[in-house]
Design a binder for this molecule. Sequence first.
Ligand SMILES: O=C(O)CC1=CCC(=O)O1
Length: 252
Amino acid sequence: MALNYLATGPSNAPVVLLGSALGTTHLLWQAQVDALAGRFRVVAFDHLGHGGSETPPGPYKMADLGGAILELMDHLGVQQASYAGISIGGMVGLWLAQNAPERFKAFALLCAPAVAGGSPQMWTERAELVRTKGTEAVADAAIGRWFLPDFAKASPGLVAAVRHQVVNTPDEGYAACCEAIGAMDLRDGLASIDVPTLLIAADQDESVPADAVRAVADAIPGSQFELIENSAHLINLAHPEHLTTLLAHHLR
Ligand SMILES: O=C(O)CC1=CCC(=O)O1
């Protein structure tokens, strides 16, 4: 099995898969795992090249990341699940919604654009930086984008824990996922998505501006859009209870 995962909750309950952000692990979802595991079988996993998962040499494509998740479902004997993902986890969710819709009951995708923000070259350069200097070289900038200053000041332990995940991400895994993001363009398939999909954006997200997420919602027929106020990129950490409520309602 390529992917490391933590499965919590009753074994006969409906399954919810949780996919985390670039440079983070399944621990990013701890608050939601704790809150949802009474009602769901919650499977929080590490993407390819992250945490305890395998790190084959890159570059990766969204199909590699999505294929590994389908393999995890097969391994667990899960025919159908709901899926929540943040950032790259949400982007892979868009790939799954387009390429394996029959395996999913619902998607909740946080801070997920259909095409990479910045230029493809920016992502190639970030991959090169990490391959030469390591994830330490991008950690402080990521933390600066992911939390509002007041939240970071009030929650130093949590911010340090996320930074720890970033610097412990395998350099090749992080770089290969940057290449997957840089090469991604999922816009053409959005109109054909017919699984119930909730798109969630943050009002002060420098990594994935809310307008990019709104554009995804506008292109998916019947999808829902929620804008979370007073949050940067990592919404599920900034507003854990609110996010848990949205997920519990949409993924039931
Ligand atoms: O690194 C960032 O700030 C942006 C990002 C893109 C995908 C992801 O998971 O984070």
